[in-house]
Design a protein around this ligand. Structure first.
Ligand code: KG4
Ligand code: ZN
Length: 350
């Protein structure tokens, strides 16, 4: 079977517009992303219509920019990879329709990619300043933590992804953002909590760690969010301002303890020595530091892709897409956007 040398990858599942060119050695030849945080901050969360509209403005200019940065013309592209699930339907439609149009115009195959598969394969991406740890390979455990998802996986091989635990309610990033909002910070407030926590006392308030006494790998963050809200309501504005950094550090610690507690439980259950931490929340300095300490203690090979490949990005869609195209898969023009995964995207047990 003739192998495709490069793909143009498009990601528009939520509020980030991202385009990349990825080759069959997993190398990112170029990537350009447009962030919309400012446009949604006013509303305290993502407004789907604004997200879709912004994708329509930014997508094609980004396509031209990545091609020129990779020194390629549209005619040099051999395949298109695009996120078609899960995500906001209007946002997905913008990327998917553009991908289908390019595929038809250039007469090259396209493939619709499960966004989560992208996150799981991101550690294998390569560029001038990142490569996966030496010997990092399948199978591995993955903790994917973002504003929209918080799950634990065993990644057996390309296309064999087993979900072994997931949040029962809020995603960890959502808990960060909601607590930040309670404290009066702009959306998304996770990074603000991280910054203030640097000089705070993580033992100042004991927020609950959800489902930690259970043997299940599922997680919960809504209890700690409600407890955080009750705590903030119970103190005065002066007390809040005086102790802000320690309140943030305590809340952050509860989230980090929960995530790391479940990751350790997964390790004890599966004894897999390769682990990935990914998703936007992996930017959190405390989570990174504590996960690195944990991996050292357990003699685990830990891959934390750089933030550009942890947050929503097109390179991760490119790696999933080119690998699938090169094993003979492609999507038909009838492929539509889906708000959820396909059942076949994940195996329950393997
Ligand atoms: O993966 P991502 O860019 O988008 C999706 O949600 O899919 O993740 C964004 C999330 C937001 O909830 C944001 O507050 C959180 O990641 N985040 C952080 C930090 N940086 C981003 N949370 C805690 N600490 C950070 N430094
Ligand atoms: Zn994501």
């Amino acid at each position: 079977m003739p192998q495709i040398k490069n793909v143009l990858a498009i990601e528009t599942s939520c509020d980030d517009t991202s385009v990349a060119v990825v080759n069959s050695d997993n190398r990112v030849l170029s990537m350009e992303s447009a962030n919309q945080d400012k446009d949604h901050a006013l509303y305290g969360g993502i407004v789907p219509e604004i997200a879709s509209r912004n994708h329509t403005y930014t997508l094609l200019p980004l396509v031209h920019r990545v091609l020129s940065k990779a020194h390629l013309a549209l005619q040099d592209i051999e395949g298109i990879a695009v996120t078609n699930r899960p995500g906001l339907i209007g946002a997905l439609i913008v990327g998917l329709t553009s991908a289908k149009s390019l595929s038809m115009a250039l007469n090259i195959p396209f493939i619709g990619v499960n966004h989560l598969e992208g996150h799981l394969l991101a550690p294998f991406l390569v560029d001038d300043s990142y490569a996966p740890p030496v010997d990092f390979t399948f199978p591995f455990l993955a903790l994917a933590v973002s504003g929209g998802h918080t799950s634990l996986y065993v990644v057996h091989e390309l296309g064999k992804y087993e979900i072994i635990g997931r949040t029962k309610d809020d995603a960890a990033g959502e808990a960060f953002d909601k607590f930040a909002k309670i404290l009066g910070f702009d959306f998304p407030g996770g990074v603000k909590i991280d910054q203030l926590s640097q000089t705070g006392d993580p033992g100042f308030v004991q927020f609950p760690r959800g489902m930690m006494s259970e043997s299940s790998l599922d997680m919960s963050f809504s209890g700690m969010k409600s407890s955080g809200m009750r705590y903030v309501q119970s103190i005065t504005e002066d007390e809040k301002n005086k102790n802000m950094n320690s309140i943030c550090a305590s809340f952050q610690e509860a989230i980090v303890d929960t995530l790391l507690g479940k990751l350790d439980l997964a390790y004890k259950k599966y004894r897999i020595k390769n682990v990935v931490l990914t998703g936007g929340v992996s930017a959190n300095s405390r989570l990174r530091a504590k996960t690195q300490e944990w991996a050292k203690r357990r003699q685990i090979t830990l891959a934390i892709p750089p933030l550009r490949y942890c947050t929503d990005n097109a390179a991760m869609i490119g790696i999933a897409g080119i690998q699938r195209l090169n094993r003979g898969e492609m999507s038909s023009m009838g492929t539509g956007p889906l708000p959820d995964y396909l059942k076949s995207d994940f195996v329950n047990e393997y």
